[in-house]
Ligand binder design. Sequence first.
Ligand SMILES: [Zn+2]
Length: 303
Amino acid sequence: MSISAAVEVSDGVFAYIQPDGSWWINNAGFLVGKRGVVSIDTCATEARTRDYQATIAKYTDQPVRTIVNTHHHGDHTFGNGLFTGATIVAHERLRAEMAAFGPPVPLPFWTPIEWGNLDLTLPDLTFTDRITVWSDDLACEVRYVGQPAHTTNDSIVWIPERSVLFTGDLLFNGGTPFLLMGSIAGSIDVLENVLKPLGAQTIVPGHGDIAGPDLIDDVLGYLRFIQETARTAKSTGLTPLEAARNTDLGQYADLLDPERLVGNLHRAYSELDGAPNGTPIDVIAALTDMVAYNNGKPLTSHA
Ligand SMILES: [Zn+2]
């Protein structure tokens, strides 16, 4: 597996790409300024977060003063506490969801993950709509997307002066999108009406390689495929697991972590039942079905 690397996508703006972007292996990013570093997300484990810190240190001797979390998932937030003294900025709902999930613990649905020594470290500064974080004179607009999408608490980081967009897990590149804790319909709306109109030239997704604007349409295609699959399967009385087993993934067969299909169908079924977007559903049941789809084996994590 190739090595994680920082890519300078614009002057002083770096994407931190961790291959292969599968379960728990996220992307982060950082901006190097004269008065310190702004980091977008952290990493899942102590080891991966320390590697990330060592990478930042190759470019600057300034400390990370500000962290923006894009959503509450542990692969983007568990490393927060290793950035001593940094102010962690996030949507207010992220703070609540992160507190509810709690610190990293052994998770039976995945192959074992060596978390290391990590303290749950919640945001210090929360917002409800948007907030601008500055790296010297460069504005980074942190915008809540306004509705459930990948989770209930997704924010993007948009750098208009450079046309660079950090999307968190609203977009996956080369991996299967995952909507179990968010909304299929909400994601479609956000991609069409929040992300696309920005016209970003450079997109840093939450997992996988840096992309151009076409990635938005690629993910929209998968989301609509899920809705269509769910509509047909539900009308014929199939459970989400049965529906997944009967689904030909076609052009999506090569995406990493294909078992997310089952979780996505659980979410799509809930929306077909008329449940509000982002309403809590039985995550344990869905994850259990994902393991069943994966031939009864725990989901593969290389984190
Ligand atoms: Zn996520």
